[in-house]
Structures are given as C-alpha cells and as structure tokens.
Design a protein around this ligand. Structure first.
Ligand code: ASP
Length: 342
C-alpha cells in the first residue's frame, strides 16, 4: 500500500464560517477528514501533520518553509509522496521556495488548497485534495513516482510549483503557468506530460536546505517612479538582492539616476535581477538599447521566471553564503526547471 504524508498548514480549504462573526476561521484538521469521508475510501495509507495553529497563507514566512522542509526530510524515507494543504494566496511562493530548498528531490510534493472552504456545498477543496493525494501516490510499473517534483495541483491542472502563479481570486482554476506547460491534466483520466517532468539525477542525493536570506526586495517600475525612492532602496544596507520588475522584454528608463543606482548597488555586492511585469514571455536584455544599458550596469536577466520564483530563488541563493558573482550566475541557470533555456 502506498503511503502519502499530508501536511495541513491552513488556508481556506480547512476553514469554516464563525456563525457569530460571519468570518472564516481555521478548523481542526480532524474536521477536514470529517468533511471528506472519501479519504477513507482511498487505497492509500495517509499520515498527517497539522500546523499549530493553522495559518492564513498571508502569514507564511521563510521559517514556515524551513519547518515544511524539516517535516519532509524527517519522513522522506518512510512515505511515497507528500501533499501540502496551503492557502492559495502565497502558495506559488511556498512551492517555488520548496523547489530550491528540497534539492535532489525524488518524490512528489504536491501543494493544493481551495477557493471555497471544504465544508461548503460547492467546494472545490474535496476534488483538489483527492487529486493531490492521487498524484502524490502515483507511480509507474516499477514503483517509481510519476511526478517527483514540487507541484501545484489546482482545478484540472498539475503545474510545476516554481512556474505557477495565482491568476484568479475568483475562478476554481485559480493557478496559471504562463511560460511552461502543465505537468498533467486532470479529467476523467490523468494525462501526464512525461516529456516535461523532471527526473531526479540518481548521482545526486536528496539534500534539504533550510537557510534563506530574506534581505531582498522587489521593485515594480512605473512611469513617474521617483528617483529618490529608488536611490534610497538601492543604497539600503540591509538589502542584498533586488528584483526589478521591468517593462516588456526587460526594459527600463534609460535615466542616469537609475543606471547609477544599479551600478553602485552592483559595486557594493548587491545582486540586481531583471524580470518582466508581463505574465508571459521572458526578459531579453540584448533586444533593446535600454536592456543593454541595464546589463552594462550589472543587472542579470531573470529570463522567464515568475516574481514568486525569482524572489524565493534569490533568498535561497543568498542564504547559501555564495559570493555575489556566483549568485548572479545561478540566477540565470535552471536549478529546478524554473527558467527556460534560451
Ligand atoms: N487567505 C487564504 C489564504 O491564502 C485564501 C485561500 O486559502 O485561498 O490562506
């Protein structure tokens, strides 16, 4: 019998309405089981762990990611796969962070949640939970897991975690992956996109990491952004990494104040990464003069990474105590399938 380890962190999936105040409040994980009696019909052994107290995912922090890594590492050899029940708001950040922190992962880690609480009649939570468990347990004829990656399972799609983003606060298919195809589509049958699923390198052992450095900031450029504010942020002593959310294929104003601020930050050892504000497509800094200027000032291209992925990858790399030059180089390389090769 396959064994799946379920980690309940919180979020809408495990919430009920407080009849007195009308607000949604987390319930005990036992109640999730009570609301999904189908769980006992599954032919898998399910073990579980619950965050105490369960949290709204807006309260997720790097220490929670480290906690998840520790739980996974502790039970890694005993189970076939993991399901993490998580609020949708920051699920893409957690999935991205875990994809780097769980280096050499050889088992499925499937994150899911729901738009409607599990106790509500039209809930999407039951379906998402049951699909996620199926995917975490799925294996081929020789017992090898079908998706040994950190993934987001939501609606009818299984997405690579570090390619996913929350795209709708309303629809049941809340998550999108604009720059990479789904790893599986879920209908009457589950169709696996085997060609795109990462296979673990047998020469590399599972190596969990818990160190992250959150001295990073993401800045969204907009017409009229004040130079003094940019200069101030770029000079802040606590900042070690800056994600610049630029226009289109990586363009920014060609103003001396911006280029100088970037050059000084780079000189001081800070890592400045360029990602686009567009949902789909990639930064190509050689395409326009503005992009070339950024590159000359020391900016590295984040290619087609999502904001969630770029932010957590920078935290992860800075947390490994690597020299700035190595962090810059690795930001442009695929460590866990997060960036498309050119
Ligand atoms: N605020 C909730 C959370 O992210 C929303 C959800 O679960 O979908 O925790």
């Amino acid at each position: 019998m396959r064994t799946v380890f379920l980690i309940y962190t919180g979020g809408t999936i495990g919430m009920v309405k407080n009849p007195r105040t009308g607000t949604l409040e987390p319930l005990d994980f036992d109640n999730v089981r009570q609301h999904v009696p189908e769980l006992s019909e599954l032919d898998y052994r399910i073990r579980s762990y619950q965050f105490q107290p369960p949290i709204d995912s807006s309260d997720m922090r790097p220490t929670h990611w480290a906690q998840l890594v520790n739980i996974i590492a502790r039970h890694y050899d005993e189970v076939d796969g993991f399901v993490i029940l998580h609020g949708t708001d920051t699920m893409a950040y957690t999935a991205s962070a875990l994809s780097f922190m769980l280096e050499g992962l050889g088992k499925p880690v499937i994150l899911t949640g729901s738009q409607l609480p599990i106790g509500v009649l039209r809930t999407d939570g039951k379906e998402n939970l049951i699909n996620a468990i199926e995917l975490a347990a799925a294996c081929d004829g020789s017992g090898r897991p079908l998706v040994p990656e950190v993934c987001v399972c939501f609606g009818d799609q299984l997405l690579r975690g570090n390619r996913s983003t929350k795209a709708s606060a309303e629809r049941f298919d809340a998550f999108a992956s604009y720059n990479f195809p789904p790893l599986a589509t879920i209908g009457i049958n589950i169709h696996y996109n085997r060609a795109d699923i990462l296979r673990p390198d047998p020469t590399k052992p599972f190596a969990p990491h818990t160190e992250l450095d959150n001295s990073v900031i993401a800045i969204t450029l907009f017409p009229g952004i004040r130079p003094q504010i940019i200069e101030h942020v770029f000079e802040m002593p606590d900042v070690r990494g800056i994600i610049l959310r630029t226009y289109g294929s990586g363009n920014a104003p060609q103003q001396p104040w911006l280029l100088n601020a970037i050059a000084c930050a780079t000189e001081a050892g800070r890592v400045v990464v360029n990602i686009t504000q567009c949902d789909a497509g990639a930064v190509e800094m050689g395409l326009y003069e503005t992009g070339s200027q950024l590159r000359k000032a020391g900016v590295v291209s984040g290619g087609d990474m999502t904001i969630e992925c770029a932010t957590t990858k920078l935290m992860y790399l800075l947390g490994q105590g690597l020299p700035s030059e190595t962090v810059r180089r690795l930001m442009g390389e695929a460590l866990a399938g997060e960036i498309s090769e050119k």
